[in-house]
Design a protein around this ligand. Structure first.
Ligand code: SF4
Ligand code: MSK
Length: 635
């Protein structure tokens, strides 16, 4: 495959060309060496859950149709799938747990570098969690809110608190089908138990636990992460910034933060503005200290501090190949182990910081909330001191960069539609009811070298906004939209249908709204609840003209997200199929019958234009069921 077929992003193509000239291998190349991929793995029909196996089912019906224990293709594929959900939900939820820990230690005055910036959010949360507010210090309230959130992880029975944010009808569906999560950790553990050899063998029953666990992610762990981050670091508000590898600076110390949790990156922002360190940078001949992000850490510091974005998932290696990164610090999730070896070809220092995520050959500086700011300063100092080791001849910073607006939340943006003095979702609902807006779609998820980098995200997003669909976006999809120039208000005129254009122009928003990192998909769920509360669009999420898509997904976290979206009543289109196709009954269930129970279902479609067509048809079906007016400017 030529470089131009690997990505639509000019900076990426340029860096891939350079990597090729220098004989440097990236994920794009390693993907090619992996071809042909193992068919059993792709279809989800290999099992190594015990050592009587590994067993595999012959998809052509000629060889074995059962594992040694008698497990069928449906059983094996369902077990594998829910184990993916367990891993994904665990990752998001452990992130939430870490934030709860930071809030707790901050409330006890044990941290350096944190405060409670989102006081209003904290007080609202306290009310929701029935924490006493009156005559108490804000730290005392924060302490009890953190403890209440902690309890959600270990709870053994009952229902997760935030599932009560869902519409009543949805809560009833969950209760009736035993989908309501009892405790975040409990559900993950139960998946591991049920998928042990000789426990749960009925694919639908296995999926029931998968759904329950995923809901514990979306309406539990991820929601806790988002809400408590807003409490600690402040609620995001729309902010302008810049994206793509062109944000790296030739004459400044470049630091990249990569991973997911904002606990460290937020203090790195403060440390990079430290006077003493800025002076030191000047001493070494640099004009300043330039911070940029990759993956969801990028989203976190972008929406709260306007820090620029270097790139999304498949650009992490390319950032190092620019030769301009003096230090890349990583925490958890989506960090390629390849970075360690790659960095040895350049002057770049890679620093791991989480005790949960170490990398062979990579220097580790353990992060702790108690010493956050001193540790952050130490790391920034290392970057500054490494600036002098930069090799001019290895410097190749692409020119590409693009303006963006990020940081829309359920609290902020939609109220903004009502203007400053009419803070309400009414105008949004009215726009849908009157046919100015067809509906809304969340486009989220990763990059995957199996799909031309950023292409599916951008094609799908453009096609939907052309059809008067408001797009909300998170994660690496949001970063793809940023680089393609879709996150600026001017994009409405260029790409959106007339109805969406009118809304964007009246309010001054982009047609594609950046709502944060992967855990912030919980903001989309909260937004949908608010839309229903405003009235006029049905009683349940499954009534709404909305859908979700992950056109280039790769992570187990995306599987968990997909499941909690479907189980919340949302039609969800994946650009690559779930690895279940070897289980015929299971596949049929996921793309059809599951809708009878939860009101949402999956579709697998790799062509973004066909995916857009499926989505538009779905939105129109929902509009028809709600008896909404025809689209104002034609279908
Ligand atoms: Fe084979 Fe069953 Fe063991 Fe899986 S659990 S490896 S199908 S014997
Ligand atoms: S970072 S999970 S590659 S979206 Fe959240 Fe991007 Fe996917 Fe990681």
């Amino acid at each position: 495959m030529s470089d131009s077929e690997k990505s639509i992003d000019l900076a990426t193509k340029e860096m891939l060309g350079l990597a090729c000239n220098k004989n440097i291998c990236t994920a794009f190349d390693r993907h090619e060496t992996m071809e042909p991929e193992c068919g059993f793995g792709q279809l989800g029909i290999c099992c190594r859950n015990c050592v009587m196996g590994p067993c595999r089912i012959d998809p052509f019906g000629e060889g074995p149709q059962e594992g040694i224990c008698g497990a069928t293709a449906d059983t094996i594929a369902a077990r594998n799938l829910v184990r993916m959900i367990a891993a994904g939900a665990a990752a998001h939820s452990d992130h939430g747990r870490d934030v709860a820990h930071t809030l707790l230690t901050t409330s006890e005055g044990k941290t350096k570098g944190y405060g409670i910036k989102g006081k209003e959010k904290l007080l609202n949360l306290a009310k929701e969690l029935k924490v006493k507010i009156e005559n108490r210090k804000i730290e005392e309230v924060a302490h009890d809110v953190a403890e209440k959130c902690f309890a959600e992880f270990g709870q053994q029975h009952g229902e997760l608190q935030f599932t009560r944010r869902a519409p009543k009808k949805r809560q009833e569906i969950w209760r009736k089908n035993r989908f309501t999560p009892r405790g975040i950790d409990r559900e993950v553990v139960e998946i591991m138990h049920r998928t042990n050899i000789g426990v749960d063998n009925d694919y639908q029953n296995i999926l029931q636990q998968g759904i329950r666990t995923s809901l514990g992610d979306g309406w539990g762990g991820s929601m806790i992460a988002t809400d408590l981050q807003d409490v600690l670091f402040g609620q995001p508000e729309p902010v302008r910034s810049v994206s793509n590898l062109g944000v790296l600076k030739e004459d400044e110390v470049n630091i990249i933060v990569h991973g997911h949790e904002p606990t460290l990156s937020d203090v790195i922002v403060a440390a990079s503005q430290d006077k003493e360190l800025l002076e030191l940078a000047k001493k070494y001949g640099a004009k300043g200290i330039n911070l940029a992000g990759i993956c969801c850490t990028a989203n976190e510091i972008l929406m709260r501090h306007g820090i620029s974005v270097a790139g999304n998932f498949l650009q992490q290696e390319l950032a190092v190949i620019t030769g301009a990164v003096d230090l890349m610090l990583v925490d958890v999730q989506c960090i390629m182990p390849a970075l360690g070896k790659l960095a040895t070809c350049f002057h770049t220092k890679i620093i791991s910081t989480s005790p949960k995520a170490k990398f062979p050959g990579v220097e580790h500086i353990e992060f702790s909330e108690e010493e956050a700011l001193p540790i952050a300063k130490k790391i920034v100092r290392m970057a500054v001191e490494n600036y002098k080791n930069r090799k001019k001849e290895s410097l190749n910073i692409p020119k590409e960069k693009m303006e963006l607006v990020a940081g829309f939340t359920s609290e902020y943006v939609f109220k903004m539609l009502g203007g400053k003095y009419r803070a309400t979702y009414r105008p949004l609902n009215d726009a849908v009811i009157s046919g100015r807006l067809r509906g809304a779609v969340g486009i989220v998820g990763c990059n995957n070298p199996k799909i031309k980098h950023d292409w599916a995200h951008i094609e799908l997003t453009k096609e939907l906004i052309k059809n008067d669909v408001l797009v909300v976006t998170t994660g690496c999809s949001a970063l793809a939209s940023a680089k393609a120039g879709l996150l600026v208000p001017e994009a409405a005129k260029k790409y959106a249908g007339k109805g969406l254009q009118e809304i964007c122009e009246a309010v001054g928003i982009p047609p594609v709204l950046h709502m944060g990192a992967c855990v912030d998909i919980s903001r989309i769920l909260t937004t949908l609840c608010n839309v229903l509360t405003e009235g006029g669009l049905g009683e349940d999420i499954s009534d709404l003209p909305v859908a979700a898509a992950a056109p280039e997904w790769m992570s187990e976290k995306a599987v968990s997200i997909g499941f909690y979206a479907v189980a919340s009543g949302i039609f969800t289109v994946l650009g690559l199929p779930l690895p279940v196709m070897g289980g015929k009954n299971l596949t049929e269930y996921l793309i059809n019958s599951i809708e009878n129970t939860v009101g949402g279902k999956f579709a697998f479609e790799s062509d973004p234009l066909k995916a857009a067509d499926l989505i538009v048809k779905h939105l129109d079906k929902k509009r028809e069921a709600l008896k909404l007016k025809p689209m104002m400017y034609g279908e």
